[in-house]
Design a protein around this ligand. Structure first.
Ligand code: ADP
Length: 472
């Protein structure tokens, strides 16, 4: 049996701030089902509740040297849905108000990554593959290949590094290389980037296989407009790069069983979806007068294409639609959507908070799900929306292009509506096209059922990861 250790800065059901946590929950679970001994290692953040800590077992402590520091390191484990989770405990580093955004994030995750390797003798789990994700866990790959490769317990271990989002690379001043990250002068070439220290660059250099979360994004990050400066490096390493589209946990995101919904439904009963719409409209004090409802559930960042929405929102609303947006993020966008709700109270709700339960009620209630991202490595929201029968309207980028294919009325193929250019009026045109089909009720009901049946499960992606581990 192959042993794989996922190194991650967040994973459901313990702690989550975005799509990475979903993947770190459902991919290991899917791999375990196919016979891989997949485990996950995480920081024990203050955000992990005492309720969740009840099921944890204390495995022991170690003294962890990092450059000139010596830090306490506690190790806990827990089993959830067949997957073993390990937790690295250090309150100085992980008892913070937010997961990310501290002045010393670099040091916090360097500590975590070193602890990943140092805790293996304690847990007794020496994986065949160390699978690290994004910049926060990049140092585990760097340390494995640069510092631990002379130890026979580690030197057969392969490293996979997955880029979930290339926009965040973990870049620090060159002075931190030795002082914080314990990188020795003769190793600088592996991690140095334009005079700085770049964690993601280091992991790309050091890993045995590089993956990203969709085939299209794998091609996009070879281009300067997508790669935030790393395109030449990625082109150079393209021999070890592959894109594997994420899936979603179809048992969890299932409108047939979801306990949050006013009325459960499935692809066999799409008409019942309307009851969820009525319930949400009632809760939000919006008129229930048969208008199509467009939803957006997203981090409010520039990457998500919010500028396009704000550019043409009045034209969209004047077509007689309702917009429900759930999101948090950049205060400037939060303010603009609050203002929009105030100005167009008849048709818009801009709910500025992070609320998983409400998000599922919105997916279930809405007719269209808008995701006009400027870049989108994979995107899970469009897959969740599909599962709940909210027809995706997306821009053709990254995983959106790989997962949503525009409806073609001549061949009757497709599972959503798409547009190519990052242009507000192309988006508006595509929304209007979708709304045209929405008016044809018998067609729309059949189309919604088809969208709901699209297979976004982890079965196929898990098989591809399995093959990758075997090749390594
Ligand atoms: P990203 O990882 O870039 O944030 P994804 O589409 O891959 O985007 O994943 C976003 C996930 O976070 C989805 O499951 C989406 O439903 C959820 N989400 C985003 N914003 C919110 C919010 N404000 N409340 C609840 N869930 C949210």
């Amino acid at each position: 049996m192959k042993r794989v250790l996922f190194v991650a800065s967040e994973a459901l059901p313990y702690v989550s701030s975005g799509g990475l946590a979903d993947v770190m929950y459902s991919l290991p679970k899917a791999l375990v089902r196919s016979g891989v001994d997949a485990r996950v290692i995480l920081p024990l953040y203050a955000q992990i509740t005492s309720e969740m800590r009840k099921d944890m077992t204390f495995l022991g402590t170690l003294n962890l040297p990092l450059a000139w520091r010596n830090q306490y390191c506690g190790v806990f484990s827990a089993a959830k849905d067949g997957v073993t989770y390990y937790f690295i405990d250090n309150e100085y580093y992980f008892r913070r108000e937010n997961l990310y955004g501290s002045y010393d994030d670099g040091e916090r995750y360097a500590y975590f990554c070193k602890a990943v390797l140092e805790s293996m003798p304690l847990t007794g789990f020496f994986p065949d593959v160390l699978h690290a994700n994004d910049w926060q866990s990049a140092a585990s790959v760097i340390y494995l290949k640069l510092h631990y490769n002379r130890d026979s317990r580690y030197n057969g271990m392969k490293a996979v590094f997955s880029i979930h989002n290339i926009e965040y690379q973990g870049v620090y001043g060159a002075k931190t290389m030795g002082d914080v990250f314990e990188i020795r002068p003769w190793e600088h070439h592996a991690v140095e980037w334009h005079g700085d220290f770049n964690l993601m660059k280091g992991a790309i250099e050091c890993c045995d296989a590089l993956t990203t979360v969709s085939p299209r994004y794998a091609r996009e990050i070879m281009r300067p407009e997508y790669a935030k400066g790393l395109d030449a490096l990625i082109r150079d390493k393209s021999y070890k790069l592959r894109g594997i589209l994420n899936g979603i946990d179809t048992a969890y995101y299932n409108p047939h069983t979801d306990p949050e919904l006013a009325c459960n439904y499935s692809a066999d009963t799409p008409s019942l979806k309307a009851k969820n719409k009525s319930a949400l409209l009632f809760d939000m004090a919006l008129p229930d007068d048969g208008k199509p409802m467009i939803a957006m559930i997203t981090r409010l960042t520039e990457q998500k294409g919010l500028d396009l929405v704000l550019r043409v929102i009045d034209e969209i609303l004047d077509d007689g639609v309702q917009l429900v947006l759930l999101g948090t993020g950049d205060p400037a966008y939060e303010a603009r959507f609050r203002e929009l709700e105030w100005r167009r109270h008849d048709a818009v709700r801009g709910i500025i908070r992070y609320d998983k339960a409400l998000s599922r009620r919105i997916y279930a209630a809405s007719d269209l799900f808008l995701m006009p991202s400027r870049t989108e490595p994979c995107g899970l929201a469009q897959m969740i929306a599909s599962a709940y029968g909210a027809v995706p309207v997306v821009r053709e980028t990254g995983g959106l292009a790989d997962s949503i294919h525009s409806y073609n009325e001549f061949t009757d193929e497709g599972n959503g509506f798409t547009f190519a250019d990052y242009n507000a009026h192309d988006m508006l045109y595509t929304l209007r096209r979708a709304l045209g089909f929405y008016k044809d009720k018998p067609f729309w009901e059949k189309f919604v059922a088809r969208v709901m049946r699209t297979d976004f499960s982890w079965e196929q992606p898990a098989r591809e990861y399995f093959q990758l581990y075997q090749q390594l």
